[in-house]
Write a protein that binds this ligand. Structure first.
Ligand SMILES: Cc1cc2nc3c(=O)[nH]c(=O)nc-3n(C[C@H](O)[C@H](O)[C@H](O)COP(=O)(O)OP(=O)(O)OC[C@H]3O[C@@H](n4cnc5c(N)ncnc54)[C@H](O)[C@@H]3O)c2cc1C
Ligand SMILES: NC(=O)c1ccc[n+]([C@@H]2O[C@H](COP(=O)([O-])OP(=O)(O)OC[C@H]3O[C@@H](n4cnc5c(N)ncnc54)[C@H](O)[C@@H]3O)[C@@H](O)[C@H]2O)c1
Length: 460
């Protein structure tokens, strides 16, 4: 049987573009790709990139405050010009979008700027009705922001909308306590928006190390976010151009904008999956094996649509491994058990890899090396902000099972710490490493004695 393509990719985001480029450019496959919106996908257009630029923009008031503590007594930020920032942001995103398109085309990928759906195991139908056959199909359609299904939730915005606003709201509410809610609350607060955050739990960033979560929760309040814990909206309505929010405790408040940051769902609706028999998990994610292969042998899936670890570098690695395996005769699996990540807050970020203290003590004995301190930089300026450096070590093997850092530039630090930890290093390797002085990160190689030791969890 002959096909139009060796590979057809649906979705021009992190995972899809990497797979298409490697398959075509490095392994000589004939590759087609459909993208219904802008090339680059969530990360480039409405995720990591614009979000991080906004984090940088939002830190000015904190920097000015710190510099006043260093003797720059007049340091002030003045007024934040959202229009000027957005103009520059739009230009930058267009530049990146063009680079993604150009690089894929240079590798030999034929791009269709249209929505695509599956017609059968080897056929994709584009929005204009044309059909393309392919020996292999890769689904890399990502996810979409989820709404919580309360009355009036059509009045709420989602994360995508922040990057498109003509002006910033005067008063905003973030709903949720995950990555996006905490990062967006930090951004809006830093840009001068009167910011509230409602989270149904008692501490933000569920799933992260408890000690680090406590610090992140405290920091949100310290920087001026009105963090309302144990609270969730139950109804939204429009009143005189503002949004009235009724909360679970019976209270009502009014905001100019309400953002739901309540998770993301795999974007599998309307994709024609019923024409293929591709199996889905209960969450709507495409079920794949360790080779990213679906229940239909010719159809593979990578990235957020598979809901494994929903981060850009993971989607990229999955796409790359898929292309090497299928087209490069270089079978490669992706490890999902040891993935570093960062939550970009200000002034402290949260960087993590490996087990949390709670997970580690649930598995067996663990030594906890935890240093909480006021770093010299902010302490001199008069701030009480604290930094956390934490290592979790398996006593029997001395292996480092996890590392959690809360503080300025924790994202940068955890990227470096992730290398030895991924290699399987021991605490003795950290101890043998000479410190770099004076830095905050030197604590990682100077913690001599465990702060506490948990014995093996008792099995009931
Ligand atoms: C606000 C926000 C901030 C984030 N910040 C970070 C961060 O700091 N670090 C990090 O690692 N991760 C971050 N993420 C997560 C990261 O963006 C995703 O994990 C990553 O983009 C997933 O890549 P993907 O290839 O699976 O999907 P996507 O990048 O979402 O790409 C999917 C593409 O498919 C297209 N598409 C969908 N359906 C069709 C169809 N039927 N036909 C044609 N095209 C279609 C979409 O338009 C989209 O371009 C963030 C996410 C958000 C929302
Ligand atoms: N820095 C980064 O790497 C980064 C940044 C942003 C997003 N991301 C990725 O995007 C994903 C999505 O981010 P997110 O923050 O939307 O999801 P999340 O899963 O991190 O957080 C969702 C939040 O919404 C709350 N929630 C869910 N349903 C609710 C309901 N019915 N009522 C009230 N609250 C509810 C949850 O309790 C949780 O606090 C992340 O899991 C992550 O993989 C990564």
């Amino acid at each position: 049987m002959t096909f139009d393509y060796d590979l057809f990719v649906i979705g021009g985001g992190s995972g899809g573009v990497r797979a298409a480029r490697i398959a075509a450019g490095e392994h000589g496959a004939r590759v087609g790709l459909a993208e219904e919106s802008r090339m680059g996908g969530t990360c480039v257009i409405r995720g990591c990139v614009p979000k991080k630029l906004m984090i940088f923009a939002s830190q000015a008031p904190l920097l000015a405050e710190e510099m006043r503590g260093y003797g720059w007594q007049q340091a002030q930020t003045g007024h934040f010009d959202w229009t000027a920032f957005r103009g520059k942001l739009d230009e930058e995103l267009t530049r990146l979008e063009n680079a993604y398109t150009r690089n894929a085309e240079r590798a030999g990928v034929q791009i269709f700027h249209q929505r695509a759906r599956l017609a059968d195991h080897h056929t994709v139908e584009l929005a204009d009705g044309t059909r393309k056959s392919a020996k292999h199909i890769l689904i890399a359609v990502g996810g979409r922001p989820a709404r919580i299904g309360i009355p009036g939730d059509e009045h709420a915005l989602v994360s995508d909308d922040l990057f498109l606003m003509d002006e910033l709201p005067r008063r905003a509410l973030l709903v949720g306590g995950g990555f996006i809610a905490c990062e967006y609350a930090t951004i809006l607060n830093g840009m001068g928006v009167d910011t509230s955050q409602a989270y149904r739990g008692d501490m933000v960033l569920r799933g992260f190390d408890l000690e680090a979560r406590e610090m992140a929760t405290q920091q949100l309040t310290d920087i001026g976010v009105d963090l309302r814990l144990g609270l969730t909206p139950v109804r939204l309505s429009k009143e005189a151009g503002r949004i009235a929010v009724q909360f679970s405790d019976g209270s009502t408040d009014h905001f100019d904008a309400v953002f739901f940051a309540t998770g993301r769902s795999p974007y599998t609706g309307g994709l024609g999956l019923e024409n293929t028999g591709v199996r889905l998990r209960p969450t709507g994610a495409i079920e794949v094996d360790e080779w990213s292969q679906s229940s239909v042998p010719s159809i593979f899936a990578v990235g957020d649509v598979t809901d494994r670890v929903n981060l850009t570098p993971v989607a990229i690695r999955e796409g790359h491994a898929f292309a090497d395996t299928i087209f490069g005769a270089r079978p490669r699996k992706v490890r999902h058990d040891l993935v570093a990540s960062a939550v970009y807050l200000r002034p402290g970020e949260l960087g993590s890899i490996g087990l949390t203290e709670e997970e580690a003590r649930g598995r067996g004995p663990v030594d906890v090396y935890s240093a909480v301190f006021r770093p010299m930089r902010s302490m001199f300026a008069g701030s009480n902000a604290r930094t956390l450096m934490k290592l979790l070590v398996e006593p029997e093997t001395d292996r480092v099972l996890g590392c959690h850092i809360f503080g300025p530039e924790a994202g940068e630090m955890i990227q470096i710490a992730a290398i030895p930890i991924t290699m399987g290093c021991t605490k003795a390797d950290f101890d043998a490493t000479m410190a770099v002085h004076p830095t905050a990160a030197e604590e990682l190689v100077t913690m001599r004695h465990p702060t506490r030791r948990h014995d093996a969890a008792k099995v009931a």
